[in-house]
Design a protein around this ligand. Structure first.
Ligand code: EPZ
Length: 427
């Protein structure tokens, strides 16, 4: 398994362009199944999750290729709606294919995506929403079979603003008969991106980005070419890394409006933030200040996907901070690893009390999930001495060569290099 070897204490500096958004690209790739023909998606990063999605689309009969950051999919040859269990198990975002396959083929057969390191990850809201559109869904153990002669528009209310359920229902409703209204919808920018993509294919959707989305069903959709928005979580991760290493970094290809809640937190921590067009500059030379209380909540509030990264900054702050995680029940797995690096963090149910320390120390730590892994990399960059992060495949699910991105900003980080006897870090 790959490892990342990091020599800490080097402030990050320079300019970096941010990759396209994984969490926008995945539903958009699934949504390409709603049209028959060749769809081209630009600004799609090279990530494990993207490759799994393309593999599934190929299993369904599509031709798909990913050259550079452009994906070309010919869905005309798709002939079946059975998602292989093995591939479902590799990536729970395969669930995004339910709505499109049901709308296109009138059926879809898949498996419970199951939980993961961060939580149970239920899909009841997805299934309830599709049933409201007329789908008959049977579950036998882990297997799920859905059928629908014809999907019909409905008024659907989500008791929790689930991102995935909002996206699945939106996609299924594009080809349903009549109007669908989703109230209590999630408001993430990735949902707005999906609406723009589907409308570029001829769908009639309004309201994404608000809690009420209206979809007028149409007969068919036409393939298009579309560019995905920048990844706000990768951008946020780099911003926190710049602050934690007391560096100065300019990020380009960002959407500052998508990062308002993080910018607010960083400014409360005393970090300097400059915004100019699609560029954000993060700079600080001082020790961060503690932030009394941060609560993760659905967009536009502070995102759960940046919780572990910001915890590293607070672990080095002057004072005590409290971080509350309200989205996932298992998203504090990075705390034990940070404690092994000298952090002083106590978890009480879904709240972490973070008492800032003046420095962290390098150690060998293990990534348990995607964003926890990213947090450990930030901790390694800020720590004194060497950190080895293991199980790096978790990080590769969401970051396109994280070590190359950070090395371009002056970080001393290499992948899988055997640690030489003399202790020097190559490169
Ligand atoms: C999306 O996951 C993102 N993934 C996640 O990013 C992100 O953390 C999450 O939204 C919240 O913002 C992608 O977009 C591919 P949810 P999703 O449905 O759609 C519960 C990352 O690191 N729930 O909003 O799965 C669920 O158990 C990943 O990039 C139900 O109870 O998130 C969870 O506790 C991690 N029933 C909460 O809602 C359902 O039917 C949030 O889930 C669906 C969800």
């Amino acid at each position: 398994m790959d490892k990342l070897v990091i020599e800490g204490g080097q402030p990050l500096s320079g300019t970096i362009a941010i990759q396209g958004a994984k969490n926008a690209a995945l539903p958009i790739l699934a949504g390409s199944m709603l049209a028959s023909g060749t769809v081209v998606i630009d600004s799609v990063p090279q990530l494990l999750d993207i490759e799994v999605m393309l593999h599934i689309l190929q299993e369904l009969g599509c031709r798909a290729e990913h050259v550079g950051d452009t994906v070309t999919i010919n869905t005309a040859t798709a002939y079946q709606a059975h998602i292989p269990e093995k591939l479902m198990g590799q990536m729970r975002s395969s669930i995004f294919l339910m709505g499109p396959l049901l709308a296109r083929f009138g059926e879809v057969h898949l498996y419970q995506p199951g939980g993961c390191a961060i939580g149970e990850r239920k899909i009841d809201l997805h299934l309830e929403g599709l049933r409201s559109l007329g789908a008959e869904i049977e579950e036998y153990g882990d297997r799920i079979s859905c059928r629908a002669e014809k999907l019909r528009g409905a008024d659907i209310h989500l008791g929790f603003p689930s991102v995935g359920a909002t996206e699945n229902i939106m996609m299924a409703a594009t080809l349903a008969e009549g109007r669908t209204t989703i109230t209590g919808a999630a408001r993430e920018p990735e949902i707005q991106d999906l609406q723009h993509f589907l409308n570029a294919m001829g769908a009639r959707i309004i309201g994404a980005g608000t809690d009420t989305i209206t979809i007028e069903g149409v007969e068919s959709l036409t393939p298009c070419r579309y560019r995905v928005i920048p990844d706000r979580i990768v951008a946020g991760t780099v911003m926190v890394a710049a602050a934690a290493t007391k560096g100065k970094v300019t990020l380009t290809n960002t959407r500052p409006a998508h990062l308002s809640s993080l910018i607010h937190v960083l400014r409360r921590a005393g970090v300097g933030i400059g915004i100019e067009g699609d560029a954000i500059t993060v700079g600080t030379s001082a020790r961060p200040k503690a932030v009394e209380r941060i609560v993760t909540s659905p967009y536009p509030a502070f995102p759960t996907d940046l919780q572990s990264q910001v915890m590293v900054l607070l672990a080095l702050a002057d004072g005590t901070s409290i971080m509350k995680e309200t989205i996932f029940e298992g998203r504090f797995k990075h705390v034990d690893e940070l404690s092994r690096m000298g952090a002083d963090i106590r978890v009480d149910l879904n709240a972490a009390v973070i008492r800032g320390v003046s420095r962290l120390y390098g150690a060998t730590v293990e990534a348990t999930d995607l964003r926890a892994g990213a947090a450990l990399v930030i901790a390694g960059l800020a720590a004194n001495g060497r950190t080895v992060v293991e199980q790096v495949h978790h990080i590769d699910r969401g970051y396109d060569s994280i070590e190359s991105m950070l090395a371009r900003l002056g970080a001393r980080i290499v992948r899988s290099a055997p640690v030489p006897d003399n202790g020097a870090v190559p490169g």
